[in-house]
Write a protein that binds this ligand. Structure first.
Ligand code: CO
Length: 200
């Protein structure tokens, strides 16, 4: 049997603690392994950054949708079918030539699941979580994102009910591209704000 104390033992790695917690839930019949499997498969295959990319491409192509997205992110995103846990209160942050937004959860790993899937390991890394607040320009530079001194850098902390999605700048040379072609350019990293969307 799994020991409940293992789930809260700070000397164990998060992975081991999660494993202990999962074993415990299974042993006590609180979840069944099929449900856990389905959940993991769903977030690996059906839900991921491809959803957020569709939102961004639509906002780039349709000014009315963009306006709605910035005013009521939750409803505009749900209209494309993307909703569920960790997406109940969505706020969309628009990047521009003068403002660059980047998202973090300083407390843990809050992340907008319906549009980005599960968070990557670097997002959960304590180093990213503390440094992006203290020295955001240095962190972004390490991602290859150099911002001019005239660009205002805003760091958004997800440590509440709100989950953020960055609307990156549309790169030059994409004027004639379809929504589908645009979506293929949009990356997870750009929607968290650590990178820009590269020109094709
Ligand atoms: Co969190």
């Amino acid at each position: 049997m799994t020991d409940l104390r293992q789930t809260a033992d700070p000397t164990l790695s998060p992975a081991l603690r999660v494993e202990a917690l999962e074993s415990l839930l299974l042993e006590r019949g609180l979840v069944d392994s099929a449900t856990v499997e389905t959940f993991i498969r769903t977030y690996e295959t059906a839900v991921g950054p491809m959803n957020g990319a569709k939102v961004v491409a639509k906002a780039w192509s349709d000014p009315e949708y963009r306006q709605w997205l910035l005013e009521d992110g939750t409803a505009a995103i749900a209209s494309l079918g993307f909703k569920g846990p960790q997406g109940e209160h969505m706020v969309v942050l628009e990047n521009s030539p003068t403002v660059h937004n980047v998202v973090v959860c300083t407390l843990c790993s809050c992340y907008p699941w319906p549009v980005l899937g599960l968070p990557p390991s670097w997002y959960k890394d304590p180093a990213y979580r503390s440094r992006v607040v203290k020295e955001p320009r240095a962190v972004l530079a390490e991602w290859g994102t150099e911002l001019g001194p005239d660009v205002e850098l805003r760091v958004y902390d997800s440590s509440s009910e709100v989950r953020y999605l960055v609307l990156p700048e549309r790169p030059p040379g994409t004027e004639s591209m379809s929504e589908e072609e645009l979506a293929a350019l949009v990356t997870r990293d750009a929607m968290v704000g650590v990178r820009k969307v590269a020109a094709p």
